[in-house]
Design a protein around this ligand. Sequence first.
Ligand SMILES: NC(=O)c1ccc[n+]([C@@H]2O[C@H](COP(=O)([O-])OP(=O)(O)OC[C@H]3O[C@@H](n4cnc5c(N)ncnc54)[C@H](OP(=O)(O)O)[C@@H]3O)[C@@H](O)[C@H]2O)c1
Length: 310
Amino acid sequence: MKIFITGGTGAIGRPLIAELLAKGHAVVALTRSEEKAHALTEQGVEPAIADVFDADAVKAVVARARPDVVIEQLTALPKTYTRESMSAAAPFNRRIRLEGGANVLAAAQAAGVRRYLRQSVAFYAVPGAGLADEETPLSIDASPAVAADARVLSEIEHRLLGTPNIEGIVMRYGFFYGSGTWFNPDGDVAQQVRQQQFPIVGSGEGVWSWLHIEDAAIATVSAAEQGNPGIYLVVNDEPLAVRQWLPSFAKWLNAPPPPQISVEDALKGSGADAVYYGTQMRGASNAKAKRELSFQPRPLEWIGKHRWRN
Ligand SMILES: NC(=O)c1ccc[n+]([C@@H]2O[C@H](COP(=O)([O-])OP(=O)(O)OC[C@H]3O[C@@H](n4cnc5c(N)ncnc54)[C@H](OP(=O)(O)O)[C@@H]3O)[C@@H](O)[C@H]2O)c1
């Protein structure tokens, strides 16, 4: 198939392009930069140079590419994962998803694209007992930043799934780890854990569902090839509470054990979003992705011999 990808030069885009090429697909990737366009060409990818906020330019490059499938992976995330950097990046990150995404979707419609995949988030499911599934709504009443992101993502999911004449597929990814992410040993969270700046909040019962960035790529290519229109939760097999994964992660990094702080102190120092991630977040089920996409996620690499038992 011919696939047009936005965000192809970013953290998820890089392994996604590698997987698409390995599966024999022809790939056209959007970028703003001549330099990245050159690197894409060297990889065997056809670059399409445009800014996603320039609706006419996006329409022109998608029309020229005539793809069967569009995959949208646009983000504007910071290099560091702190309250300040995430707050500073959030408005533009929401705008690129809403406005940039609208331009890409309109261009795909105009070009008669058959299928359109876009990224969303597995870890904003409404908190509750057990694992979230694809029917679980996003948590639009959660802590401020989570709620704001969840509202934008809900709107974008509805927009895509309600677009006529296009097979819309939403990939709700878990927490990325692996190369180019905050949780890689060279990433920002790993650095914070080494400096004991990434605490367990309260009793650490927030449940995180993880996803290796290369498994995200594999599942996305599978969805492009054989998925059904609708939502897929794409996460690994073992959702883990913070009190389980964080001490094991620290051990794996040869870092000191993480500190523990009270919910009150977390609220004062880091805000309600830190309490959401630390104590309220709900894990997600990958049953549908396994059933329909033959998804086989790898085990989390810092669990196993580094497993911390409570
Ligand atoms: N869970 C995690 O740990 C996680 C997950 C993702 C990212 N991150 C972190 O977040 C930081 C940035 O990640 P990233 O690589 O995804 O982000 P990035 O370098 O900002 O890339 C975002 C992608 O969106 C594209 N893009 C952004 N604005 C655009 C525009 N106006 N028009 C067209 N395309 C546009 C970029 O294309 P061009 O630049 O080629 O134009 C790029 O492909 C990294 O430090 C990474 O570690 C962490």
